[in-house]
Every structure is written in structure tokens, then in C-alpha cells.
Design a protein around this ligand. Structure first.
Ligand code: GDP
Length: 452
């Protein structure tokens, strides 16, 4: 099950529970079973899922909840917290400091995306003002040095390696010494991978680690490896002291559950995810926004930052005011679509917007999503001001919809589909009502409110 589907399944389970008139043991169990199934299909390790279910049941004691308590909110919050707990090992990973030399060693199986990720990691830090350098201590795979050299040259990052030397320890030590002398503050050592876990690989890793004394060992894992994630991550952890995880190939058909398993196995946080083959398809991984997105709650802080970034300054207060009034009119939806089209990588922005779920925005189908938005906007162009400014969907009767369809040259079915989308979004956005809208940089309060 791909990540977007996992998010969709969990949101649906929560929605079904919300639709129930009374929330009793049976409804809670059904909801939890549904979520369990979704997590297992996404390759989260069985034991983790079982523990999560037990914990939620312990926290949510329906009998103890006094009347008047919002049980749904409590259950949703418990699920949110448990998923966060699964992804948060409780201790942050080592963070390199600018101006002070740090050595970061990358380990992982061949094909996991290790070499690509080394460069992405270097490039990310270079953009932020570090002086990174790359050392190729992979003498096992023919062509490894050429690949690193090519990537490093493209990103203008100094590199070290050898075509002749076959001892990875020697290269590792020489590279680290050299870049320390050159005052690089982030020395990244790429190590050999193997097709499968084997003793020779782990022994070599141990030796390189002992010789280069890394401040941080990063385990790189391909997100599509499925249920093998837990055992693989654990095997690496037992050989070298893994301190952080990077999950690659989260684009396309990635299974997200492996990330949760890898965190549990290594007791180390996921710090970045790889979302494509290009150098900048690399994202910082934050647990809470990730889980919020997974649960269809939206990443409010990311979204508000985007508003501050993209919406012209003079229009910001007006938009935020409208949102806090909770009246989601078709005109607001139109303006949001305009903003989305301006914001660029549409899938990223979409996934941050509360309610703009996987159904409207399947990853990898950005062109179609964009076309759909444009189609909706054309139809809204045929609406009257009264229709655009009303937050009462009942106003939109059949004859109005037929007029709009004719005006836009579309089928009435499409107008109805758009109105369904509008109603769905309006329901979710109504949660914004009454919220104090924070200024830039004051996001935490809003996120807490929305996640509560
Ligand atoms: P290594 O053997 O572990 O060093 O793996 P490589 O860095 O050579 O990567 C193996 C393949 O995976 C290459 O074709 C990369 O372009 C590709 N790759 C790496 N990271 C990602 C990612 O995040 N998304 C996608 N789609 N491909 C990736």
C-alpha cells in the first residue's frame, strides 16, 4: 500500500467512526481494526501495530470518559500520538555544527540510494552554508567512485576517492584527514553496499567506522523493501552505531510503513526522505506534520508558511481573516486554487492543505490535478457574485448548475462533482472557525489547535 493510500485508509476509518451516532466499544474496535489492516498492508511490523492497538485501547477507556467528553477527538488524538511515538525514538540525532569538522558515514545495501543520498545530503547543507566534502570509501562496486565524482562535480562539492586503491579503510582515513585540513565542516563518507546483508559487508563497515570515527552514522533504506525493513535496519544497527535513518524513494510507489519499522529497529529518527532522483528531491522529515498529513489533518504550519511565502503581503490579512471566520465560500476556493497554481510543486503544496487529500491530488499525476483545478476555475468563472460569495451550498440548485455548465462548456455532471469537492473542503475548513490566526513564525499554537 503506498503512503497516500495508507493516509486515505486511516482518514476513512476515522471518518466512519465520526459518522457513527454513538461511539462504543464496537465502533472503536472496528476503527482500530481498519487502521491496523492499513498499517500492516503498508509493511509496518506486526508487533508495532499490535502494541499501538493495545496502547490506544489503554488510553481510550470509553467507560471512564465522562459524558460530554468529545470521544472522537480523544480517539483521534490517541491515534495521532501513537503514530508520532512510533516515528519518534525520543532522542534527536547528532546535528553537525557549522565551522566544526564533523564526519558523517553512510551505510546501506547496494541500490538503496546511498550514493545519491550522500550527494543530496551534502548539497542540502552546502545551500545552508556548510562546507561539505564527499569521500568515496566504496571500493566494492565498480563505478561507485565515478558516480560520486559525477554527482559531486555537478553540485560543486569537493570529493576524494581512488580508482587504484582497494582498501576502503585507507581511502576513508585519507579523505577525512585531507578535508579536515581543508577546513571542511561536513565530511561525508560513502561506504560499500552489497546486494544482501552479509558478514563481509558488516566487517568492512565496522573497520571504516573505527578508522574514520564518524560523529554520525546514517542508515539509508529503500522505502519499497517492505516487511524486510525491520530486520535489515536491525542488522545494520548491530554492526555500527546507526544514529539516524534516511528513507529513499518515497516518491512513486513507496511503501511508507518501512520507515516506521526502521525507526523502531534502530531507535534512531528518520531525518530526511528522498523523493526523487534529482539532487533537490530531498526533504527534512518532521514527525508531526508527517503524521498530520497521514491522518488527513493537513500540515498547517507548512501551509501557513506557504501562504506567507506566496500570497502577496497585502492580501494575507484578508485571506486569514476569512479563514478564521470559517465561511468557506466558492470564491475562497477559487482564490485558493489560484494560489496553488502559483505555488509550484503542486503535489507538495496540496498535501499540506488540510482536506486536499490524495483523492484530489494523487502523487505522480500532478498534470491531471492541475487540469482539474483549471477546469473547476473555468466553471467558477461562469458563476454570479451571489453564488461565489454564498457559503450555502443549497443555493446551487439544478437550474443554476445547468446554466454554469453551459457557460463553461462543461457537462452538468462536472459542476456537480465540483460542488461535492467544495462541500467536502468547506466541512474541513470550518474547523478554522474562531481560531486566532498567528503571524509568521507563530505557528505552533495553530498546529496544536488543529491537531487537538
Ligand atoms: P547505492 O547503490 O545505494 O549507492 O544506490 P544509488 O545511489 O546508486 O541509487 C540507486 C538508484 O536509485 C539510482 O538509479 C538512483 O537514481 C535511485 N534513487 C536514489 N534515491 C532515490 C529517490 O529518492 N527516488 C527515486 N525515485 N530514485 C532514487
Amino acid at each position: 500500500m503506498v503512503l497516500a493510500e495508507l493516509g486515505g485508509s486511516i482518514s476513512r476509518a476515522l471518518q466512519q467512526m465520526s459518522n457513527a451516532t454513538i461511539i462504543d466499544e464496537k465502533v472503536l474496535n472496528e476503527c482500530l481494526n481498519e487502521i491496523t489492516r492499513a498499517l500492516l498492508q503498508s509493511d509496518v511490523q506486526f508487533k508495532l501495530v499490535r502494541d499501538m492497538q493495545t496502547n490506544i485501547k489503554k488510553i481510550v477507556n470509553l467507560d471512564d470518559l465522562a459524558a460530554g467528553h468529545n470521544k472522537r477527538k480523544i480517539i483521534q488524538q490517541a491515534i495521532f500520538n501513537e503514530l508520532c511515538k512510533m516515528l519518534d525514538p525520543g532522542k534527536p540525532s547528532f546535528t553537525p555544527k557549522k565551522g566544526k569538522p564533523s564526519v558523517v558515514m553512510f551505510v546501506g545495501l547496494q541500490g538503496s540510494g546511498k550514493t545519491t543520498t550522500c550527494t543530496k545530503y551534502a548539497y542540502y547543507h552546502q545551500k545552508k552554508g556548510w562546507k561539505p566534502a564527499l569521500v568515496c570509501a566504496d571500493t566494492f562496486r565498480a563505478g561507485a567512485f565515478d558516480q560520486l565524482k559525477q554527482n559531486a562535480t555537478k553540485a560543486k562539492i569537493p570529493f576524494y576517492g581512488s580508482y587504484m586503491e582497494s582498501d576502503p579503510v585507507k581511502i576513508g582515513v585519507e579523505g577525512v584527514e585531507r578535508f579536515k585540513k581543508e577546513n571542511c565542516d561536513l565530511i561525508i563518507v560513502d561506504t560499500s553496499g552489497r546486494h544482501k546483508q552479509e558478514a563481509a559487508l558488516f566487517e568492512e563497515m565496522r573497520q571504516v567506522s573505527e578508522a574514520t570515527k564518524p560523529d554520525l552514522v546514517i542508515f539509508v533504506m529503500d522505502s519499497s523493501i517492505g516487511q524486510a525493513a525491520f530486520d535489515q535496519a536491525q542488522a545494520f544497527k548491530q554492526s555500527v552505531s546507526v544514529g539516524a535513518v534516511i528513507v529513499t524513494k518515497m516518491d512513486g510507489h513507496a511503501k511508507g510503513g518501512g520507515a516506521l519499522s526502521a525507526v523502531a529497529a534502530t531507535k534512531s529518527p528518520v531525518i530526511f526522505i528522498g523523493t526523487g532522483e534529482h539532487m533537490d528531491e530531498f526533504e527534512v522529515f518532521d514527525v508531526k506534520p508527517f503524521v498530520s498529513r497521514l491522518l488527513g489533518m493537513g500540515d498547517w504550519s507548512g501551509f501557513m508558511d506557504k501562504i506567507h511565502e506566496v500570497v502577496p503581503m497585502d492580501q494575507q490579512p484578508e485571506l486569514l481573516q476569512k479563514l478564521s471566520e470559517g465561511n468557506f465560500t466558492l470564491r475562497i476556493m477559487y482564490e485558493q486554487f489560484q494560489n496553488i497554481l502559483k505555488m509550484g510543486p503542486i503535489s507538495q503544496v496540496f498535501s499540506m492543505l488540510p482536506g486536499f487529500s490524495a483523492e484530489l491530488m494523487p502523487k505522480g499525476r500532478e498534470k491531471e490535478s492541475q487540469a482539474k483545478i483549471k477546469r473547476y476555475m473555468t466553471m467558477m468563472d461562469s458563476m454570479t457574485n451571489e453564488e461565489l460569495d454564498s457559503s450555502n451550498p443549497k443555493l446551487m440548485n439544478e437550474s443554476r448548475m445547468m446554466r454554469i455548465a453551459r457557460g463553461a462548456g462543461r457537462h452538468v455532471r462536472e459542476v456537480m462533482e465540483m460542488m461535492e469537492e467544495y462541500k467536502r473542503l468547506a466541512k474541513i475548513w470550518s474547523k478554522m472557525k474562531g481560531l486566532k490566526i498567528p503571524k509568521k513564525g507563530e505557528m505552533s499554537a495553530l498546529s496544536r489547535n488543529m491537531n487537538a
